[in-house]
Design a protein around this ligand. Structure first.
Ligand code: ZN
Length: 468
């Protein structure tokens, strides 16, 4: 947060073992810092911030280290993010301070996702503007009148102090300044106003990770993690999470329309639906966005995300730029798609799934149709359905217990997608976290309420656009 030192780091900030080894803090301090961190994240999840909650859920490693002085979210070089924090710092600022800092850091990542323009980022005034906008938002959302205090000193840039300096500077030029509320209304508005100053503020002290090169952050990882976080928050809002909804509406009001990139990101997320508007992209539906995100997390290769191999229409529509495919020595991932033929199943969904799977790098797909029995098929083949449905038949086959057409399924799947109306006796697979249920309209989405709960989403069948 208030860390403005530009010295080289004592250890590689992406090296988790080195971070842990570096001059470990006192065990009591470590335990207390971890407790504060967990308590803060729990509050985010319950009430304070859906965005921050999702972001830290995506930081698979959260490491206390004295190798940095404050806290930062960095990319760990494998496509995922890492939270690193100084335990003495966390204990020093207490729970209120920890929540402030973690919310601040989460917001930074989203901010950097929305405003990635190199020209903006090269301007030190933009750095101060980001701190002002972010701290203002954190104070409002966490209902805080003050910045966190560390040994009696304020941590970070106080938006009100910056505003007072701005008012004085602009007045000296004989110009009219905005009042505080107008000044902080949007993220880029703060920047525009600071640019009117004859002597704009210099960015010290500021956040550790805002100096390019100070901590490992790559735009590719920021974009992948942030879009997933925004998507999940939007899905939460659509399911009736009012905290997520107000947070996103506020974030949109502060950023949408302010830059071409930010507008494109919001548009491609279909976030306009939250405001009661029609999404600008009519082609991609919520369940499709959801499935891409769930698959991305299940098909992680070790700690490496599996990225799309080329810019596919579907993924581009999701606002994801083509990402590097990270090939490694790992085996291909195994994906099973099981398609219930007992009811009236939408063939266009299968077509879309086929296209999607074709875009994912290093994945071996197995297609099954099933009613009371399982029948493997290849995409494009006509699949005929019979009567009765048995999910257990799919589970038994996928788990290698049954022989179909003289063959046993020998692979160990990383993900199993079941497309069904859900109407059949419920099942509990051996590895429920690998199962993804897509429930057709009017169907029964029992896997959502099952114990253990499984990933489940309703499918809306796209309208027919051609009559071949
Ligand atoms: Zn910052």
């Amino acid at each position: 947060m208030d860390h403005g030192l530009r010295r080289p780091h004592v250890v590689d900030l992406a090296d988790r073992r080195a971070l842990v080894r570096w001059r470990p803090a006192d065990p009591d301090v470590l335990a207390e810092a971890e407790r504060l961190k967990d308590a803060a994240l729990l509050d985010f999840g319950l009430t304070d911030s859906a965005v921050a909650s999702w972001l830290y859920a995506k930081c698979h490693h959260q490491i206390a280290t004295t190798a940095i002085e404050t806290a930062a979210v960095v990319s760990s070089g494998d496509g995922s993010c890492l939270l690193i924090y100084n335990p003495d710092f966390f204990v020093g600022i207490g729970l209120g301070g920890v929540k402030f800092v973690l919310f601040h850091e989460a917001r930074h990542l989203v901010h950097r996702h929305l405003f990635a323009d190199a020209e903006l980022r090269a301007d030190p005034v933009f750095t101060v503007a980001a701190e002002v906008a972010i701290n203002h938002v954190v104070m409002v959302r966490l209902k805080r009148a003050e910045l966190p205090l560390l040994r009696g000193e304020r941590v970070g840039i106080d938006p009100r102090t910056v505003h007072a300096d701005y008012v004085a500077d602009v007045a000296r030029q004989g110009l009219t300044a905005l009042d505080y509320a107008e000044f902080v209304r949007t993220d880029l508005g703060v920047y525009a106003e600071l640019k009117r100053m004859r002597n704009p503020p210099v960015p010290t002290p500021v956040c550790l990770h805002l100096f390019d090169g100070a901590v490992p952050v790559d735009q590719e990882t920021i974009d992948a993690v942030s879009s997933s976080v925004l998507l999940n928050s939007l899905l939460g809002a659509r399911r009736g999470h009012t905290g997520a909804e107000s947070e996103l509406l506020d974030l949109m009001d502060r950023t949408d329309g302010s830059s071409e990139r930010a507008s494109r990101i919001w548009g491609s997320l279909g976030a306009g639906a939250l405001r009661g508007r029609t999404a600008r992209t009519g082609k991609v539906d919520w369940w499709q966005r959801w499935l891409v995100d769930v698959l991305a997390s299940k098909l992680r290769a070790g700690e490496r995300l599996v990225y799309p191999k080329k810019r596919g229409a579907v993924l581009a529509a999701l606002g994801l730029d083509p990402l590097l495919s990270r090939s490694g020595p790992e085996r291909d991932k195994v994906l099973v798609i099981a398609y219930d033929t007992s009811g009236s199943m939408p063939y266009r969904v299968i077509e879309w799934l086929t296209e999607l799977v074709g875009e994912i790098d290093r994945v071996q797909a197995h297609w099954l149709s099933f009613d009371a029995v399982v029948m493997p098929f290849k995409p494009g083949e006509r699949v005929l359905g019979g009567g009765g449905t048995s999910f257990q038949a799919v589970v038994d086959y996928v788990e290698g217990r049954t022989v179909v057409a003289g063959q046993r399924f020998e692979e160990k799947p990383d993900a199993v997608v079941v497309l069904t109306d859900g109407c059949a006796p419920h099942v509990t697979p051996a590895e429920p976290d690998k199962w993804i249920w897509l429930i057709t309209e009017g169907g029964d989405d029992w896997p959502d309420a099952h114990t253990p709960q499984m990933d489940c989403h309703r499918v809306r069948v796209p309208e027919r656009t051609s009559t071949r």
